[in-house]
Design a protein around this ligand. Structure first.
Ligand code: GDP
Ligand code: GDP
Length: 434
């Protein structure tokens, strides 16, 4: 599983600057997607081939007893509890403060690796910049500059050292790993019960620790699925219940762990920022996606049409996914929802042979050549598949650094049609030899 790094520290030390640097992604999937707003507190990062999640916990105000500061402190504590690694950011120009010491006291009590990052160290003598911070009692501090990027890579190398590189190929054992994601109250538990109540539950793994995901193996119409739930699913008799409060980090972790995400929305409420952020996350993760618009039973004729139009407009960036209008409460629409889950899985795991990919690429280029960029005319020669879930198509040729985003989208669309890849994001990577 991808490790989650939490950035902790008092306000103004440079957490959000560091967050931006860590999540600045060249990932083709999310490059320039109209309508997609990012949640600036949760992001994907990559060090070489090692992926990670990063959480900016905002300002840490351990003294706050109530009000908005208290809420922030609560969220920070939750993020600390749910992350794998803590990076404690301090300000090398200001030096150690009383608040830093107070945060350090808290962090010393948790059983998670903590790294002290002495930020704003550019131009400072390294030894002097960090000397002060040994006093925090959290081991060797590391000097970095979030704005200049100095020391950030070294720090990440250390932080991620215990985590192995991911395996080259996703195993396709035919068992679809499904995550059910959505904000609170959209009907996730109701949907889980509708699914598990009527199907044969084969196994229910109780996690070893609170940090582990819960896996429920079940069968539906002769196919095997594993439901991945990181939010504390419990079973009482035939009924399942989620005992923990909604958690963004756990939602993200279950998305990462899945092959296919069912994004649950509430038809009776407007799309909220939280819905859009979870949708954006599913997209960034590259997982296959099916959208379940729930509570459809509560709407009638004209309103239904309005809701459909509104949703499909607001979530235009998910137009590769199928939308299903369901009622978890009445168990309606679940068969066709799962047909789409199967379809999305098949698309995500599709094997795309080099000759066919190359033929499709050359057809696409014949129909519409990549536009010239100054003196450069991108020349595409062949394509091969570089990965699955999401399918990664590697295009080889010359001057491919100059391919525009809109041409990339054109190719993506072309491949999607040619190979019937509905339900999965698609990644295109250009390997240029000049
Ligand atoms: P946060 O409140 O901890 O998220 O801090 P911000 O990321 O908003 O940064 C606070 C201020 O510190 C901003 O004015 C940043 O430009 C500045 N800052 C952040 N990182 C560095 C750095 O590495 N060097 C310098 N000199 N300033 C920095
Ligand atoms: P969760 O927080 O996403 O797990 O949401 P729950 O499954 O706890 O559902 C929240 C509320 O929505 C409960 O009162 C459910 O009975 C209700 N609900 C769930 N699914 C449906 C549905 O399909 N139709 C209607 N009308 N209500 C539903």
């Amino acid at each position: 599983m991808k490790p989650t790094i939490a950035l902790v520290g008092r306000p103004n030390v440079g957490k959000s600057t560091l967050f931006n640097r860590l999540t600045k992604s060249r990932d083709a999937i999310v490059a320039d997607i109209p309508g997609l707003t990012r949640d600036r507190h949760y992001g994907h990062g990559k060090l070489g081939r090692k992926p990670f999640l990063v959480v900016d916990t905002g300002g840490f105000e351990p003294l706050a007893k109530d009000g908005i500061m208290h809420e922030m402190a609560r969220q920070t504590e939750q993020a600390i509890a749910e992350s794998d690694i803590i990076v404690f950011v301090v300000d090398g120009r200001v030096g150690i403060t009383a608040q830093d010491k107070e945060i350090a006291n808290k962090l010393r009590k948790i059983d998670r690796p903590v790294f002290v990052a002495v930020n704003k160290s550019e131009g400072l003598d390294r030894g002097i910049a960090v000397a002060d911070f040994h006093e925090l009692g959290l081991g060797q501090p590391y000097s970095i500059s979030a704005t200049h990027g100095e020391g950030v890579r070294n720090l990440l190398d250390l932080v991620l050292d215990p985590y192995p590189e991911p395996e080259e190929d996703v195993a396709d054992d035919g068992v679809v790993r499904v995550a059910i994601a959505g904000r609170p109250n959209v009907g996730k538990s109701t949907l889980i019960n509708a699914l598990l109540g009527e199907e044969r539950v084969i196994a229910f793994d109780m996690p070893g620790t609170t940090r582990d995901a819960i896996h429920v193996d079940f069968e539906r119409a002769g196919r095997k699925y594993t439901l991945i739930d990181t939010a504390g699913l419990r079973r009482r008799g035939k009924v399942f219940e989620t005992i923990e409060k909604f958690s963004v980090i756990k939602t993200l972790q279950s998305i990462e762990d899945a092959n296919v995400v069912i994004l649950v929305l509430d038809a009776q409420q407007d799309i909220s920022d939280q819905d859009a952020h979870i949708a954006g996350f599913a997209l960034e993760s590259g997982r296959a996606l099916v959208v379940a618009v729930n509570k459809w039973d509560g709407l009638e004729g004209y309103t239904r049409e309005q809701v459909k139009q509104l949703l499909e407009r607001k979530l235009k960036f998910l137009d590769f996914a199928r939308f299903h209008y369901i009622s978890a409460l009445r168990g309606q629409g679940l068969d066709s929802l799962f047909r789409s889950v199967d379809g999305a899985y098949a698309a995500a795991m599709a094997k795309l042979p080099t000759p066919k990919l190359t033929r499709a690429l050359l057809d696409a280029v014949t129909r519409q050549a990549p536009p010239r960029h100054g003196a450069f005319r991108p020349k595409m020669r062949y394509a091969h598949q570089g990965g699955m879930n999401p399918p990664l198509i590697v295009v080889h040729g010359n001057a491919l650094d100059h391919v525009s985003d809109s041409y990339r989208r054109y190719l993506e669309h072309y491949f999607r049609e040619a190979f019937k890849l509905q339900g999965t994001p698609l990644k295109i990577q250009f390997n240029t030899s000049e």
